[in-house]
Ligand binder design. Structure first.
Ligand SMILES: Nc1ncnc2c1ncn2[C@@H]1O[C@H](COP(=O)(O)OP(=O)(O)O)[C@@H](O)[C@H]1O
Ligand SMILES: [Mg+2]
Length: 298
């Protein structure tokens, strides 16, 4: 299963305190559900999700990666693992959530959404409840649920992004990536689900180019859209990243002190220290996520 990276010594995972999950005024919070999306494909969403997941885990966070790029089994390939079931087998195949979850490096868990999610609209009440119950598992067992969505503004992608309580849009310095990211953020601003969108600039030549790219999209969004935008980091274009994808050995695991590895650590620390976006989306956690998802697809 987790063959290649098991060569690495696996640090002890520090169980993060779950106290923050319960606050008297706000009630149950659950895990932080963060969708990672983009306007254009091939910008590095899956690479970010996998390496961010591993880095968050190395910082003591419990992480589940949810592969929602339907039909593109990306995260699992990058991690060199093979899931046998998808979340939909919990609903239709009478599998337990534990059978569907695949253990990855540093305790990161991977769940494949599977193309069955397109059938969410047709779920009857009890099956829908089954799915909500399955997802509640993540609120108990994870601090971060990272969702790798597809690219663009199809109903599928938007459903996952809108249902998540936080969203990261990955952009690259290419003008097409910027234009498509703006289109995606525009639709998100219309949904009014999130009060803020985070951006990560990937494949930047250097810090200056990353900053210029971030400033371009920030000024467009601030000028024309009713949504806050904040840049949470950048990653250099580095052949180490491509090699890591080819060898199915995530760079954050094998080269945590490389430039891309250190950049991901900065992003992870920023996420941990940042507050969960308390936007108009009322119910947080995986439970809130799946409720909104079924409503949006339904
Ligand atoms: N920082 C980077 N430097 C160099 N290549 C990168 C970087 N990030 C991603 N890539 C490469 O870009 C390609 C697409 O990445 P991927 O994560 O699959 O994108 P997406 O999920 O957005 O489609 C992969 O071949 C990957 O190796
Ligand atoms: Mg991908």
């Amino acid at each position: 299963m987790w063959s290649k990276a098991s060569r690495q010594p696996v640090p002890r995972i520090i169980k993060a305190s779950r106290e923050h999950l319960f606050t008297s005024e706000q009630g149950y919070k659950g895990s932080r559900v963060i969708a990672v999306s983009s306007g254009k494909g091939g910008v590095g969403k899956t690479s970010l999700v996998v390496n961010l997941g591993i880095t968050l885990a190395s910082l003591g966070q419990r992480v589940v990666i949810f592969d929602a790029d339907l039909g593109m089994a990306n995260a699992e390939v990058m991690m060199g693992i093979t899931p046998h079931y998808t979340l939909f087998d919990c609903v239709y195949g009478h599998k337990d959530i534990e059978d569907v979850i695949i253990p990855g490096p540093l305790g990161v868990q991977l769940v494949s959404g599977g193309s069955g999610f397109l059938e969410l609209a047709n779920l009857d009440g009890s099956r829908r409840q089954q799915l909500v119950d399955s997802l509640s598992y993540f609120d108990r067992e994870s601090d971060f649920l990272l969702i790798d969505t597809g690219a663009g503004i199809s109903k599928n992608v938007l459903g996952f992004v809108a249902a998540a309580s936080e969203v990261i849009v990955v952009i690259t310095p290419e003008p097409t990536s910027l234009a498509d990211a703006y289109s995606l953020i525009k639709v998100l601003a219309m949904f009014k689900v999130h009060s803020e969108v985070m951006i990560v600039v990937n494949k930047a030549g250097d810090e200056r180019e990353a900053r210029r790219t971030a400033q371009k999209i920030e000024s467009l969004v601030e000028q024309f859209l009713q949504i806050r935008i904040s840049s949470i980091g950048w990653i250099v274009e580095d052949k180490l990243v491509t090699q890591a994808v080819k060898s199915q050995e995530p760079f954050s695991l094998f080269h945590p002190n490389s430039q891309p590895g250190l950049s991901i650590t900065k992003i992870a620390r920023r996420l941990i220290s940042g507050q969960q976006d308390e936007g108009p989306a009322v119910e947080n956690g995986a439970r809130g996520f799946i409720r909104r998802l079924t409503r949006l697809f339904g």
